[in-house]
Design a protein around this ligand. Structure first.
Ligand SMILES: [Fe+2]
Ligand SMILES: [Fe+2]
Length: 270
């Protein structure tokens, strides 16, 4: 059977990030022969969540599932969306009285099914429910439907992220880190064939401090007071990962992180 190809796009920041994702998506889907596309949308509206409008634009462009994270709760318009759309996820281990779901089952036109799970870390973040126990609970349910399970682990500390990678190795197809907006150089296949990366990076303006205008970020850090969030607008890139999975076993075959366009790392001088 042909391997299963997953395109995962990291935290979309601002409408400039959304427009660039929408612009590049057809080419990325073609390039990576993606069977399923997952996008983290926790920062689309001024860094805070997303509404129906942005979600509908992504779904109309062919996205199958939108994951979010801690900033989705900052946008009141996200809550009805989380409640009503089973393919817009919030981390599963938030207290269950909150609206929304933490996992979903996507059925493709050829009837293949893929599970998507989102959990959130607790180190340097809100002390929500145990993400490890939450993952056990969701995987037990998803595994009765499909062997292909993609996990978005929305967390800050790299130690907590790789710990989750080891915990889920062999039980899910991929553990993909989001939230820090900085792509890590540690994509690998763990021994029991789970694809892993600590963070896939941001899809948004890189002439910034993780999406925020540099001047505002510096004021916040240097003055230690609140300053209004404003998205940066320049050097917009789409970052993510392409994961290839054995369709029969659900085990990962490869993972490749990408930045489109790539960052400038060398300046050629005369
Ligand atoms: Fe984010
Ligand atoms: Fe986040």
């Amino acid at each position: 059977m042909r391997p299963f190809h997953v395109l995962f796009i990291g935290d979309v920041v601002g409408h400039v990030g959304l427009q660039e994702v929408l612009r590049q998506l057809p080419e990325l889907v073609r390039k990576y022969t993606a069977d399923v596309t997952i996008v983290n949308g926790e920062n689309i509206v001024d860094g805070k969540g997303l509404s129906d409008k942005e979600a509908n634009e992504l779904f109309a462009a062919g996205v199958h599932c939108i994951t979010t994270g801690n900033h989705v709760w900052d946008n009141w318009k996200s809550r009805p969306l989380l409640k009503e759309n089973p393919h817009v996820l919030r981390p599963y281990n938030y207290p269950q009285e909150n609206p929304g779901r933490g996992w979903s089952l996507i059925t493709l036109p050829d009837q293949r099914q893929i599970g998507v799970l989102q959990i959130q870390g607790r180190v340097y973040m809100q002390p929500i429910d145990d993400p490890f126990k939450a993952a056990d609970h969701a995987i037990a349910r998803l595994a009765s439907h499909t062997k292909i399970i993609i996990t978005d682990f929305h967390a800050d500390a790299s130690a907590e992220k790789i710990a989750m990678g080891w915990y889920l190795d062999g039980r899910v197809s991929a553990v993909i880190g989001t939230h820090t907006h900085i792509q890590t150089a540690d994509a690998r296949i763990l021994p029991k064939r789970t694809a892993y990366i600590s963070d896939v990076g941001m899809s948004g303006p890189y002439d910034s401090v993780i999406g925020l205008k540099k001047e505002i970020a510096l004021k916040r850090l240097m003055l230690q007071t609140a300053h209004k969030y404003e998205n940066a607008t320049d050097d917009v890139r789409v970052c993510g990962a392409h994961v290839v999975i054995d369709a029969d076993t659900g085990r990962a075959l490869s993972i490749e992180a990408f930045s489109s366009p790539p960052p400038i790392t060398t300046v050629v001088t005369q």
